[in-house]
Design a protein around this ligand. Sequence first.
Ligand SMILES: [Ca+2]
Length: 171
Amino acid sequence: MKKYILFIFTCVILFGCGKKEETSNALFSTSNNMDAANFWMNINTITKGTAHTGYYASKLDTLFQFGIGLNPKVKDLTDKTPKKVTVKCWVYSTTPNLEASIVCDPIINGEKLGWKNFDFKPVIKKANEWTEVIATFDLPKNITPDTELGVYIWNPNKLMFFVDDFEFSIE
Ligand SMILES: [Ca+2]
């Protein structure tokens, strides 16, 4: 009988522990792999208020023509030659048909290798709602390990909009 009680007791403990591991009570969590720490630019556009996740997003307006972005050298990211850059982000515009874009501007020793932009206008049609944007840029074949891959939000008309959850990847 004692053995059975011990067995049941053990099961309760194991089951209880297993369940605890599955649930998270975190009200907030974040991560930072430190590899991208030096690459970010225009972080002074980050403001508290309208946000897709949490409380903060990059705000563009009459003061900020350039929003969140990054500018790493190829050699700081990979030993290989990347062919593509992909940016995913969420955008909230206060005006419909947003005239702004994501720019990909690879530069080596001050020389531009092929400036490209992904226009928000066909994607961000409605005002005051969050929309996910995915932009892919083919990189020029002549990039080198020292090429800087400048990728950032451009707001030439000084409109007000917000950008959050900006993801950058190369392949
Ligand atoms: Ca956020």
